[in-house]
Ligand binder design. Structure first.
Ligand code: ZN
Ligand code: MN
Length: 460
């Protein structure tokens, strides 16, 4: 089933928490996670009668402008931007309305995907439906909402778009880092059906799963001659499915009005210029430059450029080592260990010096691939440890001494006569089996090419 044939249209509304010390209209901490439920609150962010919001948080706004600028959007400098009240009734919203600005920037673009608009708004609290508990610690945390045009054609395209957006946001340091701050609403329609909105997806990965599910669901409904009604659906993360919630609100249901307590925003051209100067080289440009400059595959450069700290590490080390093998190692063994721990390079606390030493051990054949992996794992457990000292301490120094390896090869052969017979019958598997035994005996330290050579000689 190809998205092209189905004529799928997908648009995304992405909410990210803007980096800032305090909430958007009060002085409560934006970092709400460490606090007991409902302790990180004040009359403003809990919507108490008579409380008046403070001026809109300047740091949050500046970070939103950075994002808008990096998305190549036009920031509005010639008109007042009103903060509106968007009314709805739900326990997570104590005032009965969410403060949300009119578009601050419009007509942006990431690659082929157009960005309709970017605006700022306040995060609601958190309501646990099943327990009936509400926590307002998050209420009032500043959010950027990024809205795309329905330019995405498949769940895969949506995923690739979000990966790039995530990389861009990482480069800008403009959003809060704790996982779970991001929420996405996905609009999806197939030709001949109405638009369905899937609300409150909590991760970029969830978007892909939800969209896959919706494409299949809507397609099979249409095929049976059914109708796709315009509705809002809820994404059930545990099941990877979407569930119908209610008929979609129209803009009128929200009864938008400008908030009389908040002066409209006015953004000066100078401020826009200042922000533009702070935008670093972004992943797309970085990929193109790095792949050209160091002559590595573009695909590898893209993986490295997905994180600024990772591609910086590459550029630092590429002065000393051959670039393509270095890129292979970073993209392969290094990334594998990081991904396994759900980590970015910067979270690993590994230093450039230690990685340089470790990779140097591989290129100088002081470490085998196997022992380098072991050392890397130990270094991730305790980033203070230097790889060479660690190798000595753990007895993981590579054995290059042919005599020493020969002893172990002979011993292993004597213990595995059946494997020798199999090898002589032409079974290559037997050779791998024996090599594996020897690597295990030496905890991965025996030089693999010497092991291979000796095994073949002895069994010839
Ligand atoms: Zn507050
Ligand atoms: Mn919103």
């Amino acid at each position: 089933m190809e998205g092209k044939d189905l004529e799928v249209m997908i648009g995304l509304e992405i909410h990210v928490q803007l980096a800032s010390q305090s909430k958007i209209f009060c002085e409560c901490q934006a970092n709400y996670r460490e606090s007991e439920p409902n302790s990180n609150v004040c009359p403003i962010c809990t919507g108490q009668p008579g409380s008046k919001p403070m001026g809109l948080n300047k740091t949050a706004l500046e970070n939103l402008l950075k994002i808008a600028s990096a998305l190549n959007a036009k920031i509005k400098t010639s008109e007042k931007i009103y903060v509106q009240r968007k009314h709805y009734f739900y326990p997570d919203l104590p005032s009965g309305y969410q403060r949300t600005s009119k578009p601050i920037a419009t007509e942006g673009r990431i690659g082929k995907v157009r960005i309709r608009e970017v605006h700022i708004e306040e995060d609601p609290g958190r309501y646990e439906l099943k327990k009936g508990l509400v926590d307002y610690n998050r209420s009032g945390v500043p959010l950027a909402e990024i809205v795309t045009e329905p330019d995405l054609k498949t769940p895969e395209e949506a995923r690739a778009f979000l990966e790039e957006l995530e990389a861009i946001l990482g480069y800008l340091n403009a959003v809060r880092e704790e996982a779970g701050g991001t929420r996405i609403d996905a609009n999806i329609s197939l030709k001949g059906g109405n638009r369905v909105e899937v609300k409150n997806i909590n991760s970029f990965k969830g978007v892909y799963t939800a969209l896959k599910y919706e494409t299949v669901r809507q397609h099979s409904l249409l095929e049976k001659g059914g109708k796709i009604t315009q509705e809002t659906r809820h994404y059930d993360e545990a099941g990877g499915i979407t569930i119908g919630m209610r008929k979609k609100e129209t803009a009128e249901d929200y009864r938008y009005i400008p908030d009389p307590d908040i002066p409209p925003l006015e953004i000066k051209q100078e401020q826009v210029e200042k922000v533009k100067k702070q935008i670093p080289e972004l992943p797309r440009e970085k990929t193109a430059r790095v792949s050209k400059e160091y002559e590595i595959k573009e695909e590898d450069a893209w993986v490295l450029a997905s994180e600024k700290e990772l591609v910086d590490l590459f550029e630092n080390l590429a002065n000393e080592f051959d670039a393509q093998p270095l890129a292979n190692w970073m993209r392969g063994p290094l990334k594998k260990q990081l991904n396994y721990r759900n980590m970015q390079f910067k979270d690993s606390k590994l230093t450039t010096e230690h990685v340089e030493e470790l990779y140097g051990m591989i290129t100088k054949k002081e470490a085998t691939d196997k022992t380098a992996d072991t050392l890397l794992i130990k270094m991730l457990e305790n980033p203070q440890q230097k790889p060479r000292a660690l190798a000595n301490k753990l007895g993981l120094v590579r054995i290059d001494n042919e005599k020493a390896i020969e002893r172990i090869v002979e011993e292993t052969l004597a213990e595995n006569l059946k494997a020798i017979e199999d090898y002589k019958k032409g079974e290559q598997k037997a050779l791998h089996y024996l090599a594996g035994k020897i690597m295990a005996k030496t905890r991965g330290t025996a030089a693999p090419e010497i092991v291979q050579k000796l095994l073949k000689e002895k069994m010839a």
